[in-house]
Design a binder for this molecule. Sequence first.
Ligand code: GTP
Length: 349
Amino acid sequence: MQALVLAGGEGTRLRPLTLSVPKPVMPLANRPFLTFMLEWLERHGVNEAILSCGFLSEAVERVLGERYGGIALRYVVEDEPLGTAGPVRHAAELGLVADRLLVLNGDVLTDFDLSAELAQHEAKGALATLALIAVPDTAGYGVVPTRDDLQVEAFLEKTAAPPTNRINAGAYVLEREVMERIPAGRAVSFEHEVFPQLVGHGLYGYLADGYWLDIGTPDRYLEATYDLLAERVESALPPRDETGSLVAEGSITSGARIGPMSVIGHHCSVGVGSTVERSVLHDDVRVGAGSTITGAVVAQGARLEDAVVVEEGAMVGAGASVSAGSRVERGARIDPGAVVSGGQPVGPA
Ligand code: GTP
């Protein structure tokens, strides 16, 4: 089975982290994010994945290479962003896709039963099938009601009283006929253009169960981290310590308090008397003594000197340096390479 993974977005909501690393290979629990998706795809019989890239595409290719486990990887790079459906048409025109294709949003952490979605697609003789996942709060999402026979009834943008809590989970099975209907040579959206026109013409919903989270915002990136650490989603991670944390081998943390629910990347050091709680440090981060990091993310190569406080929801960009005694306030965003000096507090961007 062949899959096309949409991996070309700029990930603006996850800045400043995505200014230096594209979202598809952003470290999550010390692994490039897409490796979780590729393992899930392999469990459901996928053996070839086309990665549709744009923004920082070289980084995606460099990190993932030509093969991951049992999946051969191919890359298609866009000159201009083609949206969510445009890349499928583009890959089809290049002669790369088979008559039936799985298409995935490349920023979803999930373990729902993709094989069951494919089986339903086949049984219904559908032109396209979209996975629909129930979420506790539909705010910020459009909802997709279905009829009793599972045909999609409508695409409803954010409404006050949604008739269902099922949203588009970003996992589609498509027949070639649908790929050929996508306009060529420009950005096209599945959600706004392609699927609404297919309502009543062979478009089905698959009611998915299981874990599902799109990791595209700082809050959800942290939530996905905690869920992986607590094994709320199926994955292959090394064992966590007694605080539920994951500390990469070779990082130096003696004399510091790490946890609960934290991830320390490779080649990090955290000084004596420092605390890292519900936080993520990517690789090569150095934290001095007596510092406190709570509910925050510190990107690769950042340096925090002594007695620094990083508050809830703050994001420190790659290679930034924060001088002794500074406070990075709740929700603040520090750009990659920025220098925060003089012990001045840094407010939200
Ligand atoms: P935001 O800027 O924060 O909205 O993030 P995003 O750019 O990733 O957009 P969004 O979350 O809507 O994208 C959903 C999925 O589609 C992600 O996996 C993106 O990488 C991918 N994607 C979005 N736009 C494009 C595009 O123009 N081309 C390709 N190839 N993929 C895209």
